[in-house]
Structures are given as C-alpha cells and as structure tokens.
Design a protein around this ligand. Structure first.
Ligand SMILES: *Cc1c(COP(=O)(O)O)cnc(C)c1O
Length: 343
C-alpha cells in the first residue's frame, strides 16, 4: 500500500511509562485504562496490547461495538454505557462486563440471567448512573457485582464537589456485593489516596494529556503527528493566502504548504495559532486551516523543501491552550488518514 503522506509517531515506551506512573500514583489500588473512542484516537487494540504488557488488567470502553473490537485480545473489559436490549447477546457471551447505569439496565440484566457486572452510581455529576438513594434502598441486592464505580465531574479543579462525590461513594461501602470500588479518572488519581478506592481508571494521562499542571512533569508525550511539505512558495508583500484571504503578507514571505487539515482533526481553531517544528525551528501556521492543507511561515527555514517531513506541534496542554480545544478533542479527533506507526 502507498505510504500515507501523514503519520502519527506513537511511542510505546512513553505510553507504558505513563501507565506505570499512574499505577504508582494509585498506591494500593489497581490501575486500569480507558480505551474508549478507539483508544482516544490512537488505536484501541494497539494501546490495549501495550498496556496489558505493562501490567494493566482492567480496560474500559463505551459500547459493545468497541468491546467486540477488543474481544480477540482476551482482556478484562467493561462497557461503560451498560446494556441495551440489542446488546444482550454480546453481553451474555461473556467477553466483557456491562457497567449497569439505570434501574432498567439492572432489570434487563437480572431477567436476562447475566452474571458478573459492574455498576455506575451517580454521585452528583447527573450524567450516567443509579442514584445513591436507589442503591441504599436495595436496587442492587443479590446482584453479582465486580466493581461499583462513580465518576468525578471536576477532578482537575480544586473544588469541594470532589469531596462530596468521594464521600457519597464511600458511604456505599458494604451496601452491595461489589468486590471492588472505583472513582478516579486521570485527574482524580492526583487527588490522593482517599480517591483511589480499589481501582483507578485513567484515560487522558495515559496518552500524554495533562489534566492538572502538577502532573505535567511526570507524564510523557505519546503522540507526534507529522506531515509533508507539498509546495514551497514566496508570497509577495501585500498578497493574501488561503481561504477568505484572512492572512496578508506584511513583506515578501517564504511559505510552506503542508498536507494536513481539519479533516485530520487539525481543526480551524489552529488557524494563525498552531505551529510546526523542523530541524529545531518553530514555524507558525498562517491563515486559515483548510480541509486537507495548512500553510506555515518558512522564512526562517531556507532549507525546508518539497517532500520534507515536519512535526506538527502536539504537546497537548500547550496546543490545547493555543487552540481552545480540549486535550481530549485533540486526541479523539485524529482522523483515519494517518499511518499510525508505533515505536
Ligand atoms: C472516560 C472515562 C474515564 C477516563 O477519564 P480521563 O479523564 O480520560 O482520565 C474514566 N471513567 C469513566 C467513567 C469515563 O467515562
């Protein structure tokens, strides 16, 4: 197959380092991995295989399609969105556990004869999960539960809501048959031992995202997009460049045109905001990001030529600040056109 003119360099050692770091930060608790949304855009199978090799045992996906994709790996999978009627055949096949979220799902699982499951309890986020009141009233009595979990709404912020959510989950200890309890996502791990329970569930930080500045020094960048120069040109002073002529050359300007655009997840938010690296120089994106192309000011890189590969700046906290996109959006938006190359 023809090599793609776009590639993601994916760093196995950095991914495994990040998991080991989060596992160490999780103390006595086991450390799992959220690999939903195709492993946050990196490729769920490749990510899960490497994390399993590092010692990870608990993997979380969103739905049964995603679980089926990973089933051949033989890992312990949990499906965060629970079970619909149409999921029951897959759910009863036993290659993953549903995370039951509603009284209807609990009933469906009981009637269908399902065995071990996980359960999500809502402790204040008001997204998915049974209410604490329902659990206290016995909604889960008799159910074979592996993990009773909840999810933090604001783990990356120092707000009092974290403590309230933590206390609400802790209050259910012993109220069900659950073998384990779980609360913390990536940022929640940094909230300390009170938040670790028996199992943590990081996603973002595994992939090099930094949910809290104090975690930045300990995590390594995993994803490095690269694109190629399609054309180099000189834009005369006063000429415009790109769609809607939003950029105008203040002087004669050397420009390189690269084959990456918003169809590759490099969204228009990077117009006049993104940058690339080439042989130690940082070249700014100028003008509007197109579907398949961007332009950079190459004035300080006289040696940059048609066909050269360049690195798209993709340190997640920095590029999130530059673009206004979340680190999660930067990862999960990475499109299908990249060759994903694991080192
Ligand atoms: C996505 C998700 C996680 C992982 O969250 P990060 O912020 O990416 O670490 C953990 N638990 C649940 C329920 C999730 O949906």
């Amino acid at each position: 197959m023809t090599p793609s003119p776009l590639r993601l360099l994916l760093d196995t050692a950095a991914l495994q380092h990040n998991w080991r770091t989060l596992a160490a930060m999780s103390g006595r608790a086991a450390c799992g991995a959220a690999v939903k949304a195709d492993g946050y855009g990196l490729g769920a199978r490749e990510v899960a295989t490497r994390l399993a090799e590092a010692g990870c045992r608990d993997f979380f996906v969103s739905n049964w399609r995603e679980a089926e994709h990973l089933a051949p790996l033989g890992l312990q999978l949990s499906v965060l969105h629970g079970v619909r009627d149409e999921d029951m055949p897959a759910a009863l096949a036993g290659f993953a556990r549903p995370v039951l979220n509603t009284p209807e799902q609990v009933e469906r699982w009981r009637v269908g004869g399902g065995r071990a499951c996980d359960v999500m309890v809502d402790t204040g986020m008001n997204r998915l999960g049974l209410s604490v009141t329902d659990v206290e009233a016995g909604a889960l009595d008799g159910l074979e539960i592996e993990t009773l979990m909840s999810h933090l709404a604001c783990a990356e912020e120092p707000v009092e809501m974290n403590r309230r959510q933590r206390d609400a989950l802790a209050g259910l200890a012993g109220r069900t048959n659950a073998r384990r309890m779980s609360l913390a996502n990536s940022a929640g791990i940094a909230l300390g031992p009170d938040y670790h329970f028996d199992l943590t569930r990081p996603g973002l930080a595994l992939y090099g995202g930094v949910p809290r500045p104090d975690m930045g020094a300990r995590l390594r960048q995993v994803v490095r997009p690269q694109a190629q120069v399609l054309q180099r040109r000189r834009v005369p002073a006063g000429d415009s460049l790109g769609y809607n002529a939003t950029w105008r050359a203040p002087r004669d300007t050397e420009v390189a045109i690269l084959n990456i655009g918003y169809a590759d997840g490099y969204l228009r938010a990077f117009s006049d905001r993104g940058s690339i690296e080439w042989e130690g120089s940082t070249l700014p994106v100028i003008g509007r990001v197109s579907m398949d192309l961007i332009a950079v000011d190459a004035s300080i890189a006289p040696g940059l030529r048609e066909g050269d590969w360049v690195a798209i700046a993709f340190d997640l906290p920095g590029q999130s600040a530059a673009s206004g996109l979340s680190q999660y959006e930067l990862l999960t938006g990475l499109g299908a056109r990249y060759d994903r190359l694991w080192s």
